[in-house]
Design a protein. Structure first.
Length: 501
């Protein structure tokens, strides 16, 4: 049957103080014979200031085997410094579009121009399952709109016939053999073809092993389709955790180590007040709430939700850049004034690798955990028993001791009186040539020394420092301003001084 075309003229509406949405006039299909195919095409225009989400209702009859959606939009030239058109896409099934995602069936953002869903299979980023009768919704996300507006076209195709059966997804185990209580290296922010990455899960796992990692977390943008895509890629010494990068218009947050299949919605802004609800949902699913690249300068990437609901923060994302420097400085400022009701927020580092030549494991979070298991790793991250390194070549040992045998390592508290003398000790192996170590407290840098094969020691009193942490920095580039530190090679979470309470 030939496709039927319709053009929509939009009348925008919004809820004051909340994320705006728009629902278009729907398209409908009649039941058809098995083996047949029917299509409908909708064209329309979105102006500058379009709602965050535009829903196209699709009336799906009984007897549909597969739904396919394709779309396109224009990309006119724009003045220098002005954002052009970028349009995301996803779909919700007959269970509806209510916030929380009960009807969620997939999201690919702007990574692909078409997708298919059937009971037997689905395009990466989408969830296989029956195409049941009812009102489905194609969701368009106009990320940025050019001054001229955005012309778009959506074509929905239904293929009729026997639906087939949905395979049961195989999810990673929660535990690997590991090495008992030890330091485990992981990259908890990775993308594959299940969102906007180019690597397959097999390629990402191979890159992680080559980087010397013990575990990774799959964190695709706004979808869980990758949770069941790693079958055969874990083993006794390599663990895979499930998660999601919740990609809102006001920043991205990692739902780290959640129960397999847990979907977290992204359709809100900070002003809507919904984020605490989803932070609680992450924790109920066994995961951690980790704001990602909070000072990233790209559209929609800077973190606007605050840190009251965070369990850790990703301060180092990919190769070291200025926004990482800003993130570390902001994190350091919170160490003496953490969000109400909680201790210092631990820092993490992850690669956010999408494709070659981005390096998986640059950087990596090295966690002291009781074993190589989901629960033990998340506990170590939550308690700050970790450091960040640019590669598995670098290992760090950092501890503080008191006059009477008291001892604390990374993420711990050295329980000594305020007037007690404290010795801080750092050992580094695999540091880059010309590296410098820095000890920082709430007063800033208090000790610096070139890194050599010998341990570094610094003495202070507990009353003079609320905490101490270490950085290992590369030699600054030739011609850098005086006192400007080089790029980060490794950094630790802090050791705190004093008694609890």
């Amino acid at each position: 049957m030939a496709g039927v075309e319709r053009r929509d003229v939009l009348r925008l509406s919004a809820v004051a103080g909340a994320t705006s949405v728009l629902t278009l006039g729907g398209v409908s299909f009649a039941r058809a014979a098995d083996g047949s195919q029917t299509s409908r095409t909708v064209k329309g225009r979105l102006p500058t200031g379009a709602p965050d989400f535009v829903y196209l209702p699709v009336e799906v009859p009984a007897g549909v085997r597969e739904i396919e959606v394709s779309y396109s939009y224009d990309k006119p030239s724009v003045p220098p410094g002005t954002k052009g058109n970028a349009l995301d896409i996803g779909v919700f099934d007959q269970r509806g579009t209510a916030l929380g995602g009960r009807g969620f069936r997939g999201w690919s953002g702007g990574a692909r121009d078409r997708f298919t869903i059937s009971a037997e299979a689905a395009t990466p980023g989408y969830l296989a399952g029956p195409v049941r009768e009812g009102t489905w919704h194609v969701v368009l996300g106009p990320y940025t709109v050019a001054p001229q507006g955005m012309e778009y076209e959506v074509t929905v195709t239904l293929r009729h016939g026997d639906p087939g059966k949905t395979p049961r997804p195989v999810h990673p185990p929660e535990r690997a053999r590991g090495r008992g209580r030890a330091w485990y290296r992981g990259d908890c922010h990775l993308h594959t073809v299940h969102s906007d990455g180019k690597r397959t899960p097999a390629e990402a796992a191979a890159a992680a092993r080559e980087a010397g990692l013990d575990f990774i977390t799959t964190t695709e943008h706004n979808t869980t389709s990758g949770h069941g895509a790693w079958e055969g890629l874990w083993d006794e010494d390599f663990l895979i955790l499930c998660g999601e990068e919740i990609t809102t218009r006001n920043g991205h947050v990692l739902a780290l180590g959640t129960d397999p299949g847990t979907f977290l919605d992204w359709r809100y802004r900070a002003r809507d007040g919904h984020f605490p609800r989803f932070a609680r949902r992450i924790r109920r699913a066994g995961g951690l709430v980790v704001p990602a690249h909070p000072d990233c300068p790209f559209v929609g990437c800077q973190w606007k939700f605050g840190y009251e609901d965070a369990d850790a923060v990703e301060v180092w994302n990919g190769p070291w850049t200025t926004d990482d420097e800003l993130a570390v400085a902001a994190w350091d400022n919170m160490l003496v004034a953490p969000p109400a009701g909680r201790g210092p927020l631990p820092a993490m580092g992850n690669s956010d690798a999408h494709a070659e030549p981005q390096v998986v494991g640059l950087p990596q979070t090295v966690v002291l955990a009781d074993d190589l298991s989901r629960q033990a790793l998340l506990e170590g991250i939550r308690e700050g028993r970790s450091y960040i390194a640019e590669s598995s070549k670098i290992s760090v040992r950092f501890a503080a001791s008191g006059e009477h045998g008291e001892h604390a390592g990374i993420g711990g508290r050295l329980a000594v009186d305020a007037d007690a003398e404290v010795t801080v000790r750092l050992e580094v192996s695999g540091a880059p040539e010309g590296a410098t170590a820095r000890f920082l407290t709430d007063q800033g840098e208090m000790f610096a020394s070139p890194v050599s094969g010998a341990p570094l020691e610094w003495r202070t009193r507990a009353s003079l420092a609320a905490y101490v942490r270490a950085e290992i920095r590369h030699r600054p580039p030739v011609g850098s301003p005086p006192d400007l530190p080089g790029a980060m090679a490794a950094m630790t979470n802090p050791i705190r001084f004093g008694h609890d309470g």
